[in-house]
Design a protein around this ligand. Sequence first.
Ligand code: PPE
Length: 302
Amino acid sequence: MKAEKIWMDGKMVNWDKAQVHVCAHALHYGSGVFEGIRAYKTEKGTAVFRLKEHIDRLFNSAKILKMNIPYTKEQIRQAIKDTIKVNKLMSCYIRPLIYRGFQELGINPFKCPVNCAIAVWEWGAYLGEGAIVNGIKTKISSYARSYINSTSQKAKICGNYINSILANMEALEAGVDEAILLDTRGYVAEGPGENIFWIRNGVIYTTPTATVLEGITRDSVIKIAQDMGYQVQEKYACRDELYISDEVFFTGTAAEVTPIREIDNYQIGEGKRGPVTEKIQEKYFAIVKGKDQKYLDWLDYI
Ligand code: PPE
């Protein structure tokens, strides 16, 4: 992964020179917030998918972590577009990061400056080639999704991701592609970097957002599925409900719509991408690539 330039506090810096001090607060304590956004090549040039919603979530995350972003939303929006342009990328992943830099160490973050960076790079299928078509193997993690009052689920805080990293490492070392985390009560929560959906008897279910990240892909998929005539319900479910579902899939900016074909050695449905998942994927990819007139207001052309 590499591109030419990274936007750092208002300046375009060479990729290899985009460095921070080893005593930066965020490096020690995870005191930063970030976004993951994708831009896709369309017939009318590159378009960023749901940029407004991602920037709104970035500012909300910063608010929760009590960091004042020293730029307006419009300036960040423009900086994201400039960074894509300067790197001459047609489709890419976009990573804005707002973090506490170096001034002083110690838990108290307030003395440390709030720094901003925007990196962009080409990022293919998140869960490996073939995942989108063939689906992936997963396991229920022994790590619970962080307790609701331990941190914030609404904020995409860097430090939160240790929970995800522990679950992901455990899954990889167990020989599967990704983890599924339950909440501290034992109900299905989400993946380390993905929301989860399951389908039983034609009804599509997903977790309420109290215990998980308010995913923007999740929101998009709910709207797409409803527009396609499917009933979508939020529900707290136990792991066994996933085992006997007809189809299960992950959603996320990086993961897009990834079918799950196995959980804890249980085959899900036919053990391959299910028909409803495939229809939703088709629609999702048509939308992000600007091929569906109905959802053009989700695209921000650069
Ligand atoms: N849950 C978590 C915990 C999460 O990190 C993501 C995004 C989602 C759900 C889906 O949210 P959304 O992208 O708005 O649909 N995970 C980001 C980071 C992944 C990474 O490995 O880094 C992403 O997909 O960009």
